[in-house]
Write a protein that binds this ligand. Sequence first.
Ligand code: DGY
Length: 328
Amino acid sequence: MPTQRKQVLVFRELPPAQLDRIARAHDVTVADPRQPGQRAAFDAALPTAQGMIGASFPIDEAVLARAPQLSVVSSISVGVDNYALAEMHRRGILLCHTPGVLTETTADTIFALVMATSRRLVELANLVRDGGWTRNIGEDLFGSDVHGKTIGIVGFGRIGQAVARRAALGFGMPVLYHARRPAEAPELDGHARQASLEQLLAESDIVVVTLPLSDATRGLMGAREFGLMKPGAIFINGARGAIVQEAALLDALDRGTLKAAGLDVFATEPLPFDSPLRTHPRVTALPHIGSATHETRQAMAALATTSLLQALAGERPAAVYDTGSASA
Ligand code: DGY
């Protein structure tokens, strides 16, 4: 028996093929509240919305309070820090997300930042572009090796392990990781060792954060943690900006404690024009592109759409986030 048509609010642009899949079965309103002129349509759709799909906009308690019919939100992201998890759990609203399909792409981005910061790729490419390559470069512009260096990975879920595979199996790097439990990753046996956060910070040449953002991880990297890092170490954040105290990071860079930072994520996004991180000579900043390839964004949209349709049909979607979990 066909499912009864429901009201779906799409709050971020979806590829046409996915929008069509939803529209064949349900009544759709497309309104991205971040786009000029669309906020009113978003607000107007909330009271009747039964399903929502989108990303990059906080679905907080105030938004949920105006959506009394809501039974499922499908996020086109793996991170769920934009959602009022406890309130969704209390109301029994399903939260779907997109684990798995973006793992390798996000690890590629993080590893690109490892390479870019260590070998000063952006700075040196700009030297060529700006006509500054007029003689052989000297030691002042040399980078540092990546292969063989110790990499410390804070958070060892799917993405952390994918970074570890690249580092250990591709670049011969010893891996330290900080996680609640020992990893079940046989391919990394003999290459990766669990460590306390303090030990990891003290021993790693390159520290990479891949943790989800939660109350437990917000502001985790502050002055104490940067102070524990090896002098001249490199810091990479491919997770969420709010895990890092940005003033403490800048201080560590300015004092020379850290050699460089590679950042794909920031406390405020898009990065404010006046942020010192935007122009800092030893920061490589990317506009949150962890999963931003054609292939992966298509796969994320398809998975989020499938989950939404399953939930609206009364089936249990494969990629449901446990809003009642401890990390919630
Ligand atoms: C994610 O999926 O959480 C990525 O950071 C994109 O937002």
